[in-house]
Design a protein around this ligand. Structure first.
Ligand code: FES
Length: 145
C-alpha cells in the first residue's frame, strides 16, 4: 500500500470511530471513574471501567471533544477491554512512543490505534490523542501492585 492510501485508510478509521464511537457512555456500577481534561483546550473525558481480578472487564467513555480525542477514546476502550491492567499499560506506553515519534510496536491485539500515528506530526494535537490513555493510566495507577 502506498503512503497516500495508508493515509486515507487511517483517516477513514478515525472518522468511523468518531461518528460511531465504541463504548460511549458510562458504567453505572463501575469500579473506577476518572475525569480528565485537556488543559490546552478544556475538553474533558470521563472514563469508567470495571476491573476485576486485574482484568479490565469493561470500559466506557463519555465527554465532548475533537475528532482526535473522541476517536482515540473509542479505540482505546475497544483495545483495553478484556486485557490485564499490566498489558493495557504496556499498550499505553507504545501509544505514547508512537505519538512522540519514538520506536513503537503495535501488535494485532491493539486494534485500530495505529490509525492515529499521523498525529505525531502535529505536536499541538498529541494531547488530544493521548487524553483517553492518560485517563486509563490515572485510573489504574493504584490497581497495579
Ligand atoms: Fe480538545 Fe482535541 S481540541 S481534545
Amino acid at each position: 500500500m502506498s503512503m497516500g492510501n495508508l493515509d486515507q485508510l487511517y483517516r477513514s478509521v478515525i472518522m468511523d470511530h468518531y461518528k460511531n464511537p465504541r463504548n460511549k457512555g458510562q458504567i453505572d456500577d463501575g469500579t473506577l471513574t476518572v475525569d480528565l481534561n485537556n488543559p490546552t483546550c478544556g475538553d474533558s473525558i470521563r472514563l469508567t471501567m470495571n476491573v476485576k481480578d486485574d482484568i479490565i472487564e469493561d470500559a466506557k467513555f463519555d465527554g465532548e471533544g475533537c475528532s482526535i480525542s473522541m476517536s482515540s477514546a473509542s479505540m482505546m476502550t475497544e483495545t483495553v477491554k478484556g486485557q490485564t491492567v499490566e498489558r493495557a499499560l504496556e499498550m499505553s506506553q507504545q501509544f505514547s512512543n508512537m505519538m512522540l515519534g519514538e520506536d513503537y510496536e503495535i501488535t494485532e491485539d491493539m486494534g485500530d490505534i495505529e490509525a492515529l500515528s499521523g498525529v505525531s506530526q502535529f505536536p499541538a494535537r498529541i494531547k488530544c490523542a493521548t487524553l483517553a490513555w492518560k485517563a486509563l493510566e490515572k485510573g489504574t495507577e493504584n490497581e497495579e501492585e
